[in-house]
Design a binder for this molecule. Structure first.
Ligand SMILES: [Zn+2]
Length: 279
């Protein structure tokens, strides 16, 4: 397999890039966080079926540096369209107004890493009411990364940090080969709404806490073929969720959230992000 250049880093192969996290720097929740969130969801006396309309207002925050990182209006509109296609039929939609854009020149913030002082400074300065907006930051990011997100239960402790960070060339029309159809945004927003990777926990009992994504021991990558023995399924009689947005396949190969992933998202919205529920 050939080498792969991602955000200034040359990986030996696409498999190697996948092993190193496919550029997703979202922190793995520890067992205390997983347990606390499970307890919170279990204590809820509502069903996701009661929740009909979720409208997520997107605030774009573009960090630029020396002519890099500018995002055009058509790219924003295409990204919103990609999000609405990914969530079509789920009662969840994304709304964008052209006034909800800020572009800021800052070369230090432009190269921010997950959890860095630069991320803290940028978000502390730029964030807009996370209870009512998805703060969607774009920048160059630390080399090799495509993006990261915070989980919904982190909003209570680190309000300013809430949101999704995207490498600027992953938006539709960007220059990042394989990963420029806007699916990094879909994947990271999946985390932002509470989803884990489909391969979370490997073949352990709890996996991603979603019953209709079959457990698999390792991520899929590239353009896997259904039935291929290489799809890493824990039960070899079943098919790993190779097209799922929360797996690691190429942008042009991701096309699915499962019904139970959407139910889990809705429970997280009711519990942590009620400001997006349309009454
Ligand atoms: Zn991820």
């Amino acid at each position: 397999m050939g080498k792969l250049l991602v955000n200034q880093v040359e990986f030996a192969s696409i498999q190697q890039f996948s092993k190193e996290g496919r550029g997703c720097a979202t922190a793995h929740p520890n067992h205390y966080q997983i347990k606390r969130n499970d307890d919170n969801l279990r204590a809820m006396k509502v069903s996701p079926a009661t929740l009909k309309t979720i409208e997520i207002n997107v605030q774009f925050l573009h960090i630029t540096s020396n002519g890099l990182g500018h995002i055009t209006e058509p790219m924003r509109l295409d990204q919103i369209a990609v999000l609405n296609r990914a969530f079509a039929g789920t009662d969840i939609s994304f709304k964008y107004l052209p006034t909800n854009v800020r572009e800021i020149e800052n070369s230090e913030w432009f190269n921010m890493d997950m959890g860095s002082d630069a991320e803290h400074q940028a978000k502390h300065t730029l964030h807009a009411s996370p209870e009512r907006n998805l703060n969607l930051y774009t920048a160059g990011l630390a080399a090799g990364l495509l993006g990261w997100a915070t989980f919904p239960w982190e909003l209570e402790g680190d309000r300013d940090r809430d949101g999704v960070v995207l490498q600027c060339d992953t938006l539709p029309g960007g220059t990042q080969e394989r990963y420029n159809l806007g699916m990094t945004a879909v994947h990271e927003i999946g985390h932002w709404l509470g989803l884990y990777h489909t391969f979370q926990g490997g073949c352990d009992a709890f996996g991603d806490h979603v019953d209709d994504t079959v457990a698999h021991r390792a991520p899929n990558f590239g353009k896997p073929v259904p039935g291929d023995a290489q799809n890493n399924c824990c039960d070899t009689n079943q098919q790993a969720p190779i097209f799922n947005y929360m797996n690691y396949v190429d942008d042009d190969t991701m096309n699915e959230f499962t019904p139970q992933q959407i139910d889990r998202i809705k429970m997280h919205v009711i519990r942590y992000r009620p400001g997006f529920i349309v009454k």
